[in-house]
Write a protein that binds this ligand. Structure first.
Ligand SMILES: Cc1ncc(COP(=O)(O)O)c(CN[C@@H](CS)C(=O)O)c1O
Length: 415
């Protein structure tokens, strides 16, 4: 399967939007789904649908096998030591909240420190604010360089003997910057701190080896990596997961129950109370098969080519401001064009069939750090092509002509 002709596996592109071919540049919000994932979920509901772990009949056995095979595939995809280090959650947000509520609240005390960065998504910011409020721990932030990157000296200066938790994104959903998480983890471990990596934007775009990183927790969402919504993953070192108490209680997750008390199954099952996202997990497994067939190295190379082309083309338009570093970034480009409000820009782009995201991208502290109220973000994935970038540029030039007095300059070109 060659990246160049991957679009044909995505049925959603067989449509026009506002009279134009769909140019989907919002994969950082949620990716599109290949027919292989759609068919896997359809096949489950048509042939194998039953509840897992409890039934002794054939369909329940088939559903259980498929569900647990998805866990094995996920463990292999991120090079976890064991599938028992893979907890299925609803997504990145619930994975982070599980660690914050179950692990962090148990180990943090008055005066302990939780270290983050101002670029974090609200899902990797607010849970830690809640931990601080509940335990008396304090929040410390690693300062960003002017281009949005992190300097390791600032990391060392921010960490202290009181640091208990470091929570950091692998790739920013606004800046696109790839953070030096392996080095940060090394420095955090020297202080005895535990590190959670928010992998929502990295897992879809780069090969991740959690053992090589030596991260303690790693979180991501199926819907951003060609999988369905409603399924995500918390990777946790087994010795840490085993110390954690569940935060949702009921069926599936128990060992023994009497009228006044209950005991739990081992991890990961103790964290998967109630009927799990069976079809979601099976769809995630199919998405992992698809990404493995394409090859993460090919995805990374395709991503780099598209992003380089997009930065080059966007930079050629007068009045464009690009946020984040021009190198060491992946999969997305955040920008503004002169005085055009991002929502106006996104609306005009949509009239040309170009789907981007506009707003604060669930990163309000980062918008204040950038000193903007909102931005436009174009994000790319395996099914995008240079033609999509050209359509984006053309639509931006149209918006300039509609919204800005000078209507574009001689350097601008309309394809
Ligand atoms: C870095 C990062 N961390 C956590 C999340 C939350 O993922 P969920 O699947 O919604 O739980 C996201 C999702 N960011 C989307 C929706 S705001 C975006 O458009 O940027 C993210 O990018």
């Amino acid at each position: 399967m060659h990246v160049a002709d991957i679009k044909k596996y995505f049925p959603i592109f067989n449509q026009q939007v506002n009279g134009h071919p769909l140019t989907y540049l919002d994969s950082a919000a949620s990716s599109q789904k290949p027919i292989q994932v759609i068919e896997a979920i359809k096949r489950y509901y048509e042939r194998d649908n039953a509840n897992v772990h409890r039934g002794v009949h054939t369909l329940s056995s088939r559903a259980t096998d498929a569900y647990e095979q998805a866990r094995v595939k996920t463990a292999r995809f991120i090079h976890a030591r064991s599938e028992k280090e893979i907890v299925f959650t609803r997504g990145t947000t619930t994975a982070i909240n599980l660690v914050a509520s179950s692990f962090a609240k148990a180990i943090c005390r008055e005066g302990d420190e939780i270290v983050m960065t101002p670029m974090e998504h609200h899902s990797n910011l607010i849970p830690w604010q809640q931990v601080a409020a509940a335990t008396g721990a304090t929040l410390s932030y690693i300062p960003l360089q002017s281009d949005g990157t992190i300097d390791m000296q600032d990391v060392k200066n921010t960490l202290s003997e009181r640091t208990k938790i470091v929570a950091i994104s692998h790739i920013s959903n606004v800046l696109g910057v790839v953070n030096p998480v392996k080095e940060i983890i090394h420095q955090a471990h020297r202080k005895g701190a535990i590190v959670l990596v928010d992998g929502a934007q990295s897992i879809p775009h780069m090969a991740v080896d959690v053992q090589d990183l030596d991260c303690d927790f790693y979180t991501f969402s199926g819907h951003k990596m060609c999988g369905p919504t409603g399924i995500g993953v918390l990777y946790g070192k087994r010795e840490l997961l085993q110390t954690m108490q569940p935060i949702e209680f009921g069926g599936e997750m128990i060992d023994h129950v009497d009228l006044y008390s209950a005991t739990w199954r081992e991890s990961p099952w103790r964290f998967e109370g109630g009927t799990p996202m069976i079809a979601g997990a099976i769809g995630l497994g199919a998405a992992i098969d698809f990404l493995n067939e394409v090859g993460m190295e090919h995805i990374e190379a395709h991503d780099a080519d598209l992003l380089h082309y997009a930065v080059q083309q966007l930079s050629s338009i007068k009045d464009v401001v690009i946020y984040g570093p021009l190198a060491n970034r992946k999969s997305l480009i955040t920008f503004n064009v002169g005085s055009i409000h991002p929502h106006d820009m996104a609306t005009i782009l949509d009239s040309s069939g170009v789907a981007v995201r506009a707003g604060h991208h669930c990163c309000q502290p980062l918008m204040r750090w950038l000193d903007v109220s909102a931005t436009v973000r174009a994000s790319f994935y395996v099914y995008n092509t240079r033609e999509d970038v050209d359509r984006l540029i053309n639509a931006i030039l149209l918006a300039k002509k509609l919204f800005m007095e000078d209507g574009g300059d001689s350097k601008d070109r309309v394809l």
